[in-house]
Design a binder for this molecule. Structure first.
Ligand code: FE
Length: 399
């Protein structure tokens, strides 16, 4: 089945309850029908904090339910309708337009409602604060750094699932089941079509060559995408060689690290630099954007390190929370998200690579060609995060 989701409208929602987030109206189109998956009922899924069933409430309901057993089956059935059965609660750093359509298909297939809190920051802190009383079952985020951070904060628990283990390659999940990748993004090098020879840059290591002085731009070295890339260089070499490499990259910068990944491509299109490092899905996003497609057109995609270790990959992913009041439903959702249908939807919506290798990327992403990716487990790369962050400070990469 072919599935497409189209954003219709974005809305700012209750700022007080959540500290600021957005939700999105969208249409889901399949081979057989189109559905506008937004109505008042759907909006009610964005519960203010006080509306989320808390663990304490669940326990209260449980004892009322037990009482109901003693006084009659009829009452028990009516209590069942207000229990937490049939729901799963998600805290998400991923944007609504990416995951709401997929959650809605899950609800249609299973009858399990998905309540979601979207936020840009603070969800791990909130899980820590809520502790065992947290209503959240799952946390969704991007980057191995944030997933590892959630594990370090003690807010996740291990999941053992044959479905997840067979759908998700071992390098993109935690060996202990604390986190699982859902999508892949390649950390690309892009070079100016006008000012750089094709094939001039082939590896991350090439970025440190003196001949590229004044040509490179990147976002802050402290950003999680850069931390993971630096950590992967440490993992493949050692701290000394990685530091030498990073000093070389810094020496070649055209300007102080600034802006996001797309801003680097814009800078190339404007002639401020010739080489940048960006996540792959931003190329898809820029190509699909009227204003930004000229930025994307100005660069050529390089999949680094094809003749040795392969291109550095990162993930968006999910973890089961430590509290997880609806654990069984949460694991059902996790398994669904790793399956064919959800993976296809992810691939189409954000130009990311499906983590499930049975599923092909979007047509646009396929047009960039196949490539070899670095199979070193992300769990291994995550072990070098702290060293990578310290290295960025030590050499004053952003200064
Ligand atoms: Fe991003």
């Amino acid at each position: 089945m072919r599935i497409k989701a189209r954003i219709v409208r974005q809305l700012a929602m209750d700022q007080r309850a959540f500290g600021g987030f957005e939700t999105t109206e969208y249409e889901v189109t399949t081979d057989t029908h189109t559905k506008r998956v937004v109505d008042n009922k759907k909006y009610s899924h964005y519960y203010p904090r006080s509306h989320f069933p808390t663990r304490v409430n669940s326990m209260v309901r449980f004892s009322v339910k037990a009482l109901a057993v003693s006084i009659g089956a009829g009452l028990l059935i009516s209590m069942g309708s207000v229990s937490a059965d049939g729901t799963v609660n998600v805290y998400s750093y991923r944007q609504p337009f990416l995951i709401k359509p997929i959650f809605d298909v899950f609800t249609r297939e299973t009858g399990i409602e998905v309540n979601t809190v979207f936020a840009k920051t603070g969800l791990v802190e909130r899980l820590v604060e809520e502790g065992d009383n947290s209503p959240a079952d799952l946390i969704f985020t991007v980057d191995i750094g944030r997933l590892d951070g959630a594990v370090q904060a003690g807010v996740t628990q291990s999941v053992q699932s044959d479905v997840l283990d067979s759908n998700i390659p071992a390098e993109f999940r935690d060996p202990d089941g604390q986190w699982f990748g859902l999508t892949n993004r390649a950390r690309l090098i892009v070079t100016s079509k006008d000012r750089m020879e094709e094939g001039a840059i082939e590896t991350y290591e090439d970025l440190a060559k003196p001949e590229y002085a004044g040509k490179i731009s990147t976002r802050s070295g402290k950003h999680q995408y850069m931390t993971a890339l630096i950590a992967s260089v440490i993992a493949h070499t050692d701290e000394t060689q990685a530091e030498e490499w990073l000093r070389g990259v810094k020496a070649n910068l055209a300007r102080k690290p600034q802006g996001n990944d797309r801003a680097q491509v814009k800078a190339i299109s404007e002639g401020q630099c010739d080489i940048a490092i960006i996540n792959s899905y931003y190329m898809g996003a820029m190509m699909s954007d009227e204003e930004q497609s000229s930025w994307a057109d100005s660069v050529r995609i390089v999949f680094p390190n094809q003749n040795d270790r392969g291109t550095h990959m990162n993930i968006s992913g999910m973890s089961l929370t430590q509290a997880a009041p609806n654990k069984d439903n949460a694991i059902k959702l996790m398994e669904f998200l790793s399956g064919d249908l959800a993976q296809r939807m992810y691939a189409e919506q954000n130009h990311e690579y499906p983590v499930n290798k049975d599923i092909a990327p979007s047509g646009l992403v396929q047009s960039w060609g196949e490539f070899k990716y670095d199979p070193l487990p992300l769990a291994e790369i995550a072990r070098h995060r702290v060293t990578a962050t310290k290295m960025v400070d030590k050499i004053d990469y952003d200064g």
